[in-house]
Design a protein. Structure first.
Lengths: 121, 241
């Protein structure tokens, strides 16, 4: 069941909105506080990765099933891709905090990041 | 010298200078990760310290021959240490890890036993299945979860736990202390009581007290020491009774 889907412009000011919305969805899905904070961090990291790939807008979808599944997809290109040295750390952080981290590419460009969080129900 | 060589050389020589060079090179990861976890109730400086210690431990454990990049290896290591730190030091009152784990195991085992036998297991059965003592099972079951201070104590009064937790400066305790001091003072001579009044009620210095009482400062000092010993003894006796 889809809990929330939103299309967000990747400006710094929108990050707080994304984090707040993520926290709200996590609470609805029954994630505990720690998992909820981890989920916020993973959503932020995914957005950073997609921004470095050249996207200026992303779609974030939260789905509830056995776990809570999150998918962040780049949906509008509009900025030069950056080869950021911190991408590797972002991927490792995602792997450390979430489960079943998946990535999709269009050519060489990263286009989507997905991961799951177990909820406490 | 590249990373592989650096780690190989460190493993070979154990030279702290090489270890320090590696730590300094990757300290930015500790800082970066610490920043990402800011805002969860622990200061950045504390997080950075935890992350830096994890980095040092990670340098010791890293095996360069496995072909993994050090940054890929160290990120989950540092993240794990930071999360452990949150679990143990965050502002919420958490149960000790051992108790939390036992509670989770009890819950799981209860469900399994219920499905197997059709009845709720006893503490003894759970203890035997989990390989712990019965007392541990009972204590873990009683431990409860995290409780909010804002949770209402009862529905009628509208009071929260915070409202009913006694303050540190308990009025009854103060009253009892004052009563005990008054009783102890009764056991002093008139001169001694006068000295106590000058020194502890009027808060005069020893020199001022000496002048007021027409004695030397040395005399006040000696007498004060004796009085305090006497009061301490009386206090002890009254507490034992």
């Amino acid at each position: 069941m889809e809990l929330l889907s939103m299309k967000v412009c990747l400006s710094g000011e929108m990050m707080t909105t994304v984090r707040l919305a993520t926290g709200g969805v996590c609470s609805c899905a029954g994630l505990d506080l720690d998992a909820s904070e981890d989920c916020k961090l993973c959503v932020t990291e995914s957005i950073l990765l997609l921004r470095n790939s050249g996207y200026r807008m992303v779609c974030i979808t939260f789905e509830e099933g056995e776990d809570m599944a999150v998918r962040v997809t780049g949906c509008e290109l509009g900025r030069p891709a950056e080869k950021a040295g911190e991408d590797e750390i972002s991927f490792a952080l995602l792997e450390a905090l979430a489960e079943d981290v998946t990535t999709e590419k269009e050519g060489d460009r990263l286009s989507a990041v997905g991961f799951r969080f177990k909820h406490g129900r | 010298m590249d990373d592989k060589e650096l780690f190989a050389r460190y493993k070979e020589t154990g030279d702290p200078a090489i270890r320090n060079a590696i730590v300094e090179k990757y300290l930015y990861i500790a800082s970066l990760l610490a920043k990402k976890f800011v805002g969860r109730g622990v200061e950045y400086d504390d997080l950075f310290q935890v992350a830096a210690l994890a980095l040092i431990k990670g340098v010791e454990r890293f095996d360069e021959s496995k072909g993994l990049q050090f940054s890929t290896f160290i990120t989950p290591t540092i993240t794990g240490e930071i999360k452990n730190y949150f679990r143990d030091h965050s502002r919420l009152v958490h149960l000790p890890r051992k108790v939390s784990e036992l509670r989770a195991a009890i819950k799981k085992e209860t469900e399994l036993l219920l499905a197997e036998t059709g009845k709720k297991p006893t503490a003894k059965e759970l203890a035997s299945r989990l390989g712990v003592s019965e007392e541990d099972v009972v204590r873990a079951a009683e431990a409860g979860g995290v409780v909010s201070l804002d949770r209402p104590v009862d529905s009628e009064e509208g009071m929260s736990f915070y409202d009913v937790i006694p303050a540190e400066d308990d009025a009854f305790e103060q009253f009892e202390n004052r009563d005990a001091v008054r009783a102890s003072l009764q056991a002093l001579s008139e001169t001694e009581r006068k000295l106590v009044a000058c020194r502890f009620e009027e808060e005069l210095s020893q020199a001022e007290t000496a002048k007021r009482m027409g004695v030397s400062q040395m005399y006040v000092s000696r007498m004060e020491r004796k009085i305090l010993e006497k009061l301490r003894e009386n206090f002890k006796k009254s507490t034992v009774q």
